[in-house]
Design a protein around this ligand. Sequence first.
Ligand code: NAG
Ligand code: NAG
Ligand code: NAG
Ligand code: NAG
Ligand code: NAG
Ligand code: NAG
Ligand code: NAG
Ligand code: NAG
Length: 270
Amino acid sequence: MDAFFFLSVSVSVSPSSFSLLFLLFLTTFHVSIADPNKDTDTHFTSCAPFHCGNLTNISYPFWTDHLHRPSYCGFGDEGYELKCMPNQPPVLTLSSQEFQVLYLNASHGLLTIQRLDLTTCPGEISITSAFNYSETAENVTLLYGCRSTGLQSNQSFYCTRGGREEFPVLVKDEENECGEKVEIPVGAKAFDDLMNGFPAVNETLLEPFYMKYFAYEQYCEQCMDSGGRCGSNQSIPAAFACYCPDGPHQIHCHHVSGTLALLFFFFFYF
Ligand SMILES: *[C@@H]1O[C@H](CO)[C@@H](O)[C@H](O)[C@H]1NC(C)=O
Ligand SMILES: *[C@@H]1O[C@H](CO)[C@@H](O)[C@H](O)[C@H]1NC(C)=O
Ligand SMILES: *[C@@H]1O[C@H](CO)[C@@H](O)[C@H](O)[C@H]1NC(C)=O
Ligand SMILES: *[C@@H]1O[C@H](CO)[C@@H](O)[C@H](O)[C@H]1NC(C)=O
Ligand SMILES: *[C@@H]1O[C@H](CO)[C@@H](O)[C@H](O)[C@H]1NC(C)=O
Ligand SMILES: *[C@@H]1O[C@H](CO)[C@@H](O)[C@H](O)[C@H]1NC(C)=O
Ligand SMILES: *[C@@H]1O[C@H](CO)[C@@H](O)[C@H](O)[C@H]1NC(C)=O
Ligand SMILES: *[C@@H]1O[C@H](CO)[C@@H](O)[C@H](O)[C@H]1NC(C)=O
């Protein structure tokens, strides 16, 4: 592509023998860099999109140990590691809680997740630089450790927390002051239904909801647009890396031929 572009430019500007030489140089150089049949870097091949459970075409920032996929293909945050099981949704861990991943909307960084069950009491999900609530998530407030007050209701359920059986109570207003208040994300629709009294809180907490995820999305876009695959730096897992057919780069694949060509073009013609 680059070479063709420069062919037309060179010829129209000055169809001299120098242009032809210049062009020959470009073409040779371009092909030697971009030839996909030359040995492709292993980082690039290892980080191809993967299937995990019943989801297909997953890539950075997600990764998994289960498919011999190196962690440098993902982003260092624990939340991005997926557990894959045949024909089941992948499972990820956020703030020490396991969630099924029902859907990934990679272009908008949206993750549809669902609690597996309530045997382990649901807890807060920490907002980090990697995960945040989506616009359609709301907090349900549960009170833990309030059993003695006799606040028994149909808006509760049994679960285990720190080895103790709990009977958390839904808080709709600020009146209840006993125990520990814990804010738990649920989908906005499920939240509205809950506030209207139906269904019960145990059902609401098992409804899917969206979380937002971030991982160098601007760098990753540049990397993919340049033909690379996103990943993290092997020596500094928190840093971004762009794995290209010709080897690792920091943010995007270098199109050496194009850059050099431009430099040469300006050098010789102006
Ligand atoms: C796979 O995902 C990438 C990036 O998320 C996207 O560009 C591509 O179109 C997807 N391919 C298929 C076959 O869905
Ligand atoms: C994966 O399985 C879950 C549970 O069976 C289902 O809700 C989800 O829609 C499935 N995802 C796909 C992409 O088939
Ligand atoms: C991704 O999410 C956006 C914003 O909610 C939505 O408009 C878009 O249709 C979704 N894309 C896919 C492929 O689900
Ligand atoms: C999380 O989202 C909220 C609301 O959209 C926003 O105010 C906040 O700055 C975000 N936090 C981070 C760490 O991105
Ligand atoms: C939900 O609660 C968390 C933890 O207390 C808080 O950081 C977050 O801002 C709340 N989000 C919403 C949408 O209310
Ligand atoms: C929720 O609790 C009610 C009793 O309050 C029970 O009948 C129902 O089966 C529970 N649902 C789930 C999903 O545990
Ligand atoms: C919970 O109990 C209240 C009153 O005791 C009742 O009005 C409400 O419908 C019940 N909610 C559910 C989900 O069973
Ligand atoms: C990884 O980080 C080191 C140290 O900063 C740097 O020298 C190297 O170029 C980086 N590698 C990639 C692929 O970005």
